[in-house]
Ligand binder design. Structure first.
Ligand SMILES: *Cc1c(COP(=O)(O)O)cnc(C)c1O
Length: 357
């Protein structure tokens, strides 16, 4: 049976990316050795790193003055590396969900944190608007896509101070005006590769402005000076990221991804609105094109488990919603095919015929 993988993360990768990684695990480019058993400092792996960085810059259209890093520690390590390297006195944060809260908690270890706006009053079902970014902050931190709550900031906002964005779950889902950002970071395991590596895009001129001493492993400058090889990088996950970037480029780049993602999300949201069994708590203008959160209408709440079983029987996995929202979450990342969204919509329609009034 065809599997439809709606997992929020680690999540679906293009079949061709997995197959090419499998080949490189057995034999990298015909050298007779696995990508897992060669020195990261040798020319064969250096070529992988160079291509991954070059494609990252090309596909995301990164201007001069920025560096791309591949580091261990996941996005969660960046929650502390960002303030460690940038927070002198005060940082501003937008509180839009669980991951934003975790980032705020870490930043508070390093200085004052001003939460400029929060959507916690309505269980993070919307993106706050009309907030003011304090001009005296060292940086302003946002989470562009709230993986758990299904909300997304779909444009590149203007900020008077360096803008820092956690793009773990929407990197490469749409074109981004990188010049508006000081740092873009994320874990690879949502829309780029397997777990084990984080990416950091960083404008070099925002560094070197804090007074504290920074441990080497947490110092962006050290990682930049060493081309992400201060220590042994996560070689295999980086290889897979490179394959995903080749795949995105081959399909036509982020513009094409964006169009496909918008279409998949629009199909699904319109079925959620039409179907009498389902609804979504997410405010219309804030709806994510990466994680589509929906729930049963209150009078059908007891059918929740039945629907999960119903979809599992049709090859669908990863649809259970996060415990802080309940219901369902269909993650529609780049590599999720339109036919998987169509299969889910058909299951929702069939379920309505069986259980609706
Ligand atoms: C998954 C996720 C994280 C956490 O990533 P780790 O790599 O597990 O640390 C952080 N932010 C967002 C938006 C996420 O989706």
């Amino acid at each position: 049976m065809k599997k439809h993988n709606f997992s929020a993360g680690p999540s679906v990768l293009a079949r061709e990316v997995i197959e090419n990684t499998a080949k490189a695990v057995l034999d990298l480019n015909g050298i007779g050795l696995s990508v897992m058993e060669i020195s990261h400092r040798g020319k064969d792996f250096q070529a992988v790193m160079d291509e991954a960085v070059a494609l990252f810059k090309e596909v995301l259209n990164i201007p001069d003055g920025y560096q791309v890093l591949f580091l261990g520690g996941g996005a969660s390590m960046q929650f502390c590396m960002v303030p460690y390297n940038l927070l002198n006195k005060k940082a501003a944060y937008l509180e839009t969900g669980t991951w934003a809260k975790k980032a705020i908690k870490e930043a508070k270890l390093f200085g004052e944190v001003e939460v400029v706006a929060s959507s916690s009053d309505k269980n993070f079902s919307y993106i706050p608007k009309g907030f003011t970014i304090p001009a005296d902050a060292d940086y302003f931190h946002i989470t562009t896509n709230n993986t758990i709550f299904g909300t997304e900031i779909l444009e590149d906002i203007d900020s008077p101070v360096p803008l820092v964005a956690d793009m773990s779950s929407d990197i490469f889902s749409r074109p981004v005006d990188v010049s508006k950002y000081g740092i873009i970071y994320g874990g690879a395991q949502k829309n780029l590769g397997p777990a084990g590596v984080a990416f950091v895009v960083i404008r070099e001129d925002i560094l070197g402005k804090v007074d504290r001493k920074i441990p080497s492993m947490l110092d962006y400058k050290i990682h930049i000076d060493n081309g992400s090889m201060f220590n042994t990088p996560p070689c295999l996950p980086i290889y897979t990221c490179m394959e995903t970037l080749r795949w995105i480029k081959k399909l036509g780049g982020v513009e094409v991804m964006h169009k496909m993602n918008q279409e998949k999300a629009a199909l699904l949201y319109s079925e959620i609105e039409r179907n009498t069994l389902f609804t979504t708590p997410v405010e219309r203008e804030s709806r994510s094109i990466m994680n589509v959160v929906f729930v049963m209408q209150p009078e059908y709440k007891e059918l929740e488990q039945d629907f999960l079983k119903f979809t599992a029987e049709r090859g669908m996995s990863g649809l259970k919603g996060h415990r802080s929202v309940g219901g369902f979450r269909a993650s529609t990342y780049n590599a999720l095919e339109r036919e998987s969204v169509v299969a889910l919509i058909e299951a929702m329609q069939e379920f309505e015929r069986l259980h609706g009034k």
